[in-house]
Design a protein around this ligand. Structure first.
Ligand code: MG
Length: 394
């Protein structure tokens, strides 16, 4: 349908290699174009209004939600990813709306309790096709949201869906069809998807330092083993010798983010300008490697930081205690619903029956996994209490 004349022509200001909605592969279900918004803007808005997005508020990033109000949750993490992604997209003249839509949707499929929850659910689903949070994010926007009269899911644009699907095995790619074709054809996603992916990395690497220090699981002395941190820490200490520790930490972390973002912009800009003027979005897809990247030096430093965080934060015994408890809760819920689906709320039980018609082998497990994965941390704990704690009557 022809666009209304008064619509702001967003495509016109983009770089030649940016994703343009005029070249979009469109939505699975045809809809008329919005009058006063772009298509990717509409995608972003649909994500923000979804139930799965609101539930991110009570889902673990690293720390279980009830451990403290100051820590990141999946929701605040997703907002930070969107902020970093949008800032970089603007400088590179990429499509900010598409970057933001992907960033806000990228974690919608996460289970309660972070990666421990995902691993536990994946183990439960071993004989039923497995569980992967990234695939689940796509499933949420394609099928699980129930908000529109004419379709299930959010009916997002191809490029947003493709960007949400960050990794995918060849087997799954064959099942998913066109949205996953790049994994079979060995092509790159849009620059916006590449950017959202690295913005995710910048966000969590830095906010996990902040949260880890706040929780007392990391110390500043320990963090100084990491050159990226130590360099900025020295600068801040020299400039502000009497500053309170909380402010020092924030000053260091914000400088670290700035360094990583600046490096990403400079490196990517250099790569893109070396490609010349004729390089368009199609050529970006055909390229051998992603064009959005850190310099080699920064990639190395980030690797050191990640390894440090794995050893000292994600594998900290206090984090492990929390995650092993969480894994047991999810396993117990999954087993209980599998052995007696009548324990499920009626609408979930009805979905289970519908899934079983589609797949006699995996249908029941998939419906249970959808239900469990959709839970927030606190809902999962409450369900556990309702099912297993004597004396709990509701
Ligand atoms: Mg993330």
């Amino acid at each position: 349908m022809a666009r209304k004349q008064n619509k702001f022509d967003y495509d016109a200001q983009l770089a030649p290699y940016a994703a343009r909605e005029s070249e979009s592969r469109g939505r699975r279900h045809t809809e008329s174009s919005p009058n006063y918004r772009g298509e990717y803007q509409r995608d972003r808005d649909r994500v923000v209004h979804s139930a799965a997005f609101r539930r991110l508020e009570y889902k673990t990033q690293v720390f279980v939600n009830h451990e403290g109000d100051m820590f990141r949750t999946r929701l605040t993490h997703s907002l930070e990813v969107a902020q970093i992604g949008r800032s970089i997209a603007r400088v590179l003249r990429l499509n900010e709306d598409l970057t933001e839509a992907i960033a806000l949707a990228h974690d919608l499929g996460h289970t309660p309790f972070g990666h421990a929850g995902q691993d536990a659910l994946n183990a439960c689903m071993k004989d039923y096709g497995g569980f992967e949070h990234n695939l689940q994010s796509l499933r949420v926007v394609d099928e699980l949201e129930e908000r529109y009269a004419e379709f299930s899911g959010l009916n997002l644009s191809y490029e947003t869906r493709e960007g949400i699907l960050k990794h995918c095995s060849a087997n799954n790619a064959k099942k998913l069809g066109d949205v996953a074709e790049r994994f079979l054809k060995k092509r790159q996603p849009t620059l916006e998807a590449q950017l959202a992916n690295l913005a995710d990395e910048v966000a969590y690497n830095n906010h996990d330092i902040d949260d880890g220090l706040r929780a007392g699981l990391l110390t500043i002395a320990q963090m100084c083993e990491v050159p990226l941190f130590a360099d900025q820490y020295e600068l801040v200490r020299q400039r502000y010798p009497d500053l309170a520790e909380r402010r020092i930490i924030h000053e260091v972390v914000r400088r670290m983010i700035n360094r990583q973002v600046t490096d990403l912009i400079d490196t990517t800009q250099a790569t893109l300008s070396a490609l010349g003027d004729d390089f368009d979005a199609e050529a970006i897809r055909a390229a051998k490697a992603p064009c959005v990247a850190f310099s080699e030096e920064m990639a190395r430093q980030n690797q050191t930081l990640k390894q440090f965080l794995r050893r000292n934060l994600y594998e900290h015994y206090r984090v492990r205690r929390m995650t092993s408890k969480a894994a047991r809760v999810l396993e117990a819920l999954f087993e209980a619903f599998m052995s007696d689906p009548r324990l499920l709320p009626p609408e979930t039980e009805a979905k289970l029956a519908a899934h079983e018609k589609i797949s006699a082998k995996n249908g029941k497990a998939r419906a249970v996994a959808d239900y469990v994965a959709g839970m927030t941390d606190r809902y999962a704990f409450r369900e556990y209490e309702r099912l297993f704690t004597p004396g709990e009557l509701t």
